[in-house]
Design a protein around this ligand. Structure first.
Ligand code: WQD
Length: 350
């Protein structure tokens, strides 16, 4: 009788969201069993079916609000057999966080605390935490390494990532069985090449790439480029735009590192980016090249809180995780454009 090899079972919180859903696909491709919890506040249940369309496997799902302490405890009483947890569930709109800080502190911090309380009850909890390059603020030196000082974020959203990292650090000190890897993302963009999953901005997109694709498709009249008087080659801000599929693959490498007990400390962290900077105008030009569309844009005033330039030194992720990004800026923009056209096709066919 063939012995059934037990697949590792991974909990993905916020797994119906933009990055979470791409990570679920990559986990399933690597034969992990996946259970998603999501409160559906910023995602759609339809994403479950779209994931199945890609992998042929419908992930387990429960609608859980991680801010509800009792619901979190009850969930873990029913499911105490997770081999690892990847935690995405959080509010993530920088601008909204400035106007509604308490929503962000309550959601992003309380959720993490209630999750960690349950993880502490597990025999060997393994956690991947979704953090952000925003914790570095405007770094003094570029490219940004993991040792670059945490200079304080420009927004409550960014502060919840700094606090989250600190909470995990303190928990790892108190509970040596808690093993964690913190991934500091640069700027995730693009979509799965099937165009079955991708970014679903709510209302007017805050981020550059969805605004570009919506302008390209005609949903928006023109792109406002926030500032062209920065001390950069073309005057516009520089960022490290990473294809969301490359970012998703980094999560699989990270959770495998913990499962295989290859981590050297019970809290490790890595910058996850391409290592290359691109200005706003570079992104516009690359979009025009992949779409064949001349993009409508105008220069406007600088946006409050923007840093001038941020891009990653990814040598640690390369050397220690054995991970590097493989897809280019144009690959990411082409996938974002394909996704935008699919979204609008559906709308036009309703
Ligand atoms: C990129 C550049 C804008 C929109 C934020 C968070 C980060 C992560 C990604 C959640 C900037 C310019 C943008 C527009 C523009 N969020 N821009 N016109 O601010 O680098 O990062 O989103 O995980 O944590 O901090 O990304 O895409 O908003 O902006 O000119 O309509 O594009 O000024 O220079 P950002 P972004």
């Amino acid at each position: 009788m063939m012995q059934q090899i037990k697949m590792n079972k991974i909990l993905v919180t916020g797994g119906l969201g933009y990055i979470g859903s791409h990570v679920v696909v990559e986990l399933q491709k690597m034969d992990f069993e996946v259970v998603i919890i999501d409160d559906l506040s910023n995602s759609s249940l339809e994403v479950l079916g779209h994931i199945k369309e890609i992998t042929g496997i419908k992930p387990g799902f429960e609608k859980i609000d991680l801010k509800e302490k009792r619901d979190v405890a009850r969930f873990f009483n029913r499911h105490a057999d997770f081999d690892g947890i990847i935690h995405f569930a959080a509010s993530k709109a920088v601008g909204e966080s400035v106007n509604n800080p308490l929503k962000y502190y309550e959601n992003n911090i309380n959720s993490l605390i209630y999750l960690l309380e349950e993880l502490n009850k597990l025999a060997s909890p393994k956690l991947i935490f979704s953090s952000s390059c925003t914790v570095y603020g405007q770094a003094d030196k570029l490219p940004i390494t993991e040792n670059s000082p945490i200079k304080g974020a420009e927004s409550p959203y960014g502060n919840t990532k700094i606090m989250g990292e600190q909470i995990i650090k303190d928990c790892c000190k108190a509970n040596h069985s808690l093993q964690s890897i913190i991934l500091r993302y640069f700027n995730p963009i693009g979509a799965h090449d099937s165009a079955n999953i991708g970014e679903l901005p709510v209302g007017v997109p805050q981020n550059l790439v969805p605004f570009i694709t919506q302008t390209g498709i005609g949903v928006r009249g023109e792109l406002s480029v926030f500032g062209n008087d920065y001390p950069t080659p073309d005057g516009t801000c520089i960022r490290d735009y990473i294809h969301v599929v490359d970012l998703a693959k980094a999560h699989v490498v990270a959770i495998k590192r913990l499962l295989e007990k290859k981590n050297l400390k019970n809290r490790e962290f890595f910058n996850i980016g391409t290592g290359k900077g691109a200005s706003v105008l570079d992104v516009v030009k690359a979009f025009e090249a992949v779409s064949g569309i001349k993009l409508n844009y105008v220069f406007k005033d600088r946006r409050e809180g923007d840093v001038v330039s941020a891009f990653a030194d990814i040598s640690k992720a390369n050397k220690v995780l054995g991970w590097k990004s493989e897809l280019s800026l144009k690959d990411a923009l082409a996938s974002a454009w394909k996704w935008e056209k699919k979204l609008n096709l559906n709308e036009n066919t309703i």
